[in-house]
Ligand binder design. Sequence first.
Ligand code: PGA
Length: 273
Amino acid sequence: MDIIIRESYDEMSVYAAAVIANFVKSKPNCVLGLATGSTPIGTYKELIRMHKEEGLDFSQVKTFNLDEYLGIGIDLSTPYEKDQSYARFMYEELFKHINIKEENIHIPDGKTKEPEKFCKWYEDEIKKAGGIDLQLLGIGGDGHWAFNEPGSSLGSRTRVQALTKQTLDDNYESFYKKAGIKREDMPHFAITMGIGTILEARNILMIANGKKKAGVVAKCLEGPVTSQITASAIQLHSGGITVVLDKDAASELKNLDHYIHVEKMKRSMGMLI
Ligand code: PGA
């Protein structure tokens, strides 16, 4: 596991984008797993910059998003802040700025009338695409990956999940409040890839920033593997893992000095970008 600590949110974002860009350059038809939330916005900004200024090419890239609220879907006829679907987020924060093909984008359909059938289809589509090469992830305040709330099995697959009070509070503060949407009108359920689905990605890239995430990041990376902190499943992953943190999010790690030392050593040996 490579744990990379950067001074600021911007530096964290630039590093994470460089990891993604390396995948895209070395395998132009790679399959990316993508995430929503406030954390990846800077990473997507940097990818857009690389596309516009350096010609980073997404024309053959396929993407699968982690999750979507149940009951809502993209509606381009309403202003962005009123449309809280994750499909709209991805369109505004990344897809409309790069040369990805619409048919290569996959996001769970929050409007599906048959969620169970849809979830199975989504899993099948990931398999048909050859599996996910690199999965980008944030971490929720309650330790979740995607919407795998505490108590989700570490073998779980794509399915419908009820959101915790903490997730509703966090997402209300970050997104819904400024849109003038009442907390009680937020969707309380979501379709989410499972932890078992995520662990099948060949590589994992997790990002986190801010003091608010320091405690949960320490539990995820250094605590026991537990379904109470579903992101702790990172410790079970068998492929390449990169965790990029800003210094605030890293501030409660017990072995911080060790991670900084390892990063320096690996960099001096040309093992890191
Ligand atoms: P955030 O959410 O990026 O808005 O903090 C992260 C997550 O819930 O995974």
